[in-house]
Design a binder for this molecule. Structure first.
Ligand code: PLP
Length: 436
């Protein structure tokens, strides 16, 4: 084949010479080399195999190289590879219809973007346009994307050097293990977090606030499943003060949590939903905003000041249609729930019993995190050097993990089998055993 005589060293050298990487100082990088994949497995150019417990950036929900999705992309490529967003196209309409079938009642339209950041960018734009207000409230423990408003809305440390847009205010979202509210239980954490949010809204001036943007289950921040009642409380505050409620389902949506959307677990309906990643597993980049009837109706007469050359790109749309059909027909969302309940949750609980450096395990579906600490009393995050060594040990044993700060996020594709999930947990177990 085209890559017949290429080995890892060659690919790494080419990358280091010419590729500028995301979120990194460029000098000391040593990127893992990957050539090909299938299902939950990846291979490098030297034939070494990895079990993918990262789903890349938590996006390959359907696994690598699903033949039905590849066939759909190829068929669409034969018919039409690209078409401007102003035209009507069958694949685009069908993709929107299929996404709306997975949204709660009351959602009417889909605005397509290239990815998750610009989905949030445009949801923020819609919230500002319909309210005529500027401020967006979002959580400190969050990630919403790398572009202008999306990074300004992000809570994590990557925002600070990028903070050039106006009108963003942040609040603390609930996270009992590292409570900002001196809470001892979920109920206290929930009530106090809601009180804090109310005070932020009141002090910022509700008449200046366009909307509230939050991940239904914050992902990069640590898979922080909100306590019962929190999202309903946020919905009530949004209603009381007339704020547009935006749920970011970019990482948690489309199967990851063992439900079609993460919001299905909470019975709370926002006004806008942003998505990307799992909607077509990134086989062709795509994202978007699912718009409720009321906001869609607003733009029947009002101009929408936003657009992208590749909005609703036909190859991405074909990948969405095939992905959503396949996930339904092959029971992939049910599989994510089942593996979460029967393998990952109990398996992670056993790891927590066996290893003193595990402070907490949490999550649902194929969306879990292991919080690593120096010791359980202080809960001090495990030192970065130890986390780095742990990651190296897992890679050496053939597991590609998703490591963020002091955590291992356990996020295999939604198609993961019980055997693969157990194999991944066994490698994590061995690696934790090497920690002193
Ligand atoms: N929102 C959430 C919750 C995410 O996890 C991410 C990416 O990790 C984004 C938005 C940004 O998506 P993208 O990188 O596709 O722009």
């Amino acid at each position: 084949s085209y890559t017949e005589n290429v080995d890892n060293a060659h690919v790494r050298a080419l990358d280091r010479a010419h590729v500028f990487h995301s979120w990194s100082a460029q000098g000391a990088l040593d990127p893992l080399v990957i050539k090909s994949g299938e299902g939950c497995r990846l291979w490098d150019y030297d034939g070494r195999e990895y079990l993918d417990f990262s789903s890349q950036l938590v996006n390959t929900n359907i696994g690598h190289q699903h033949p039905r999705v590849i066939a759909a992309i190829k068929a669409q490529a034969d018919e039409l590879t690209t078409i401007a967003p102003a035209h009507a196209n069958w694949m685009r309409g069908r993709a929107a219809e299929k996404i709306l079938e997975r949204a709660p009642a009351g959602f009417a339209k889909v605005f397509f973007t290239n990815a998750g950041a610009d989905a949030n960018e445009n949801a923020i734009r819609m919230a500002r346009a319909v309210t005529g207000r500027e401020k967006i409230l979002s959580a400190y423990r969050s990630y919403h994307g790398g572009t202008g408003s999306a990074i300004a809305a992000t809570g994590d440390f990557r925002r600070v050097p990028n903070e050039f847009s106006r009108g963003h205010v942040r609040f603390f979202n609930p996270f009992l293990y590292r409570s900002e509210f001196w809470a001892d239980n979920e109920e206290e954490e929930c009530q106090r977090a809601l009180h804090h949010l109310r005070r932020v809204i009141e002090c910022e001036g509700p008449a200046s606030i366009a909307g509230l943007l939050l991940e239904t289950i914050p992902g990069t921040a640590g898979v922080l499943v909100p306590p019962p009642g929190y999202l309903a409380g946020v919905r009530a505050l949004a209603d009381e003060f007339g704020l547009v409620l935006i749920f970011d389902e970019v990482m948690a949506g489309f199967g990851r949590t063992g439900a079609w959307l993460a919001l299905d677990h909470f019975d709370v309906v926002p006004d806008l939903i942003t998505f990307a990643k799992g909607v077509n597993s990134g086989y062709v980049p795509a994202g978007g905003v699912i718009v409720n009837q009321c906001i869609a109706h607003h733009f029947d007469d009002e101009m929408f000041y936003g657009g992208l050359t590749y909005s609703g790109h036909p190859l991405a749309m074909a990948a969405i249609c095939a992905t959503l059909e396949t996930m339904q027909e092959e029971g992939i969302v049910d599989n994510a729930r089942h593996i979460g309940e029967t393998v990952l949750s109990p398996g992670l609980a056993r790891l927590a019993q066996r290893h003193a450096h595990v402070g907490e395990v949490r999550g649902l579906g194929v969306f879990h995190a292991i919080e690593l600490v120096e010791d359980r009393d202080s809960r001090a995050p495990l030192a970065a050097a130890k986390v780095g060594k742990l990651k190296q040990t897992m890679l050496e044993r053939g597991l590609l993990p998703f490591v963020v700060a002091n955590r291992i996020h356990v996020v295999p594709p939604c198609i993961v089998t019980a055997g693969e999930a157990e194999q991944g947990l066994a490698i994590i177990d061995e690696a934790l055993g090497t920690l002193v």
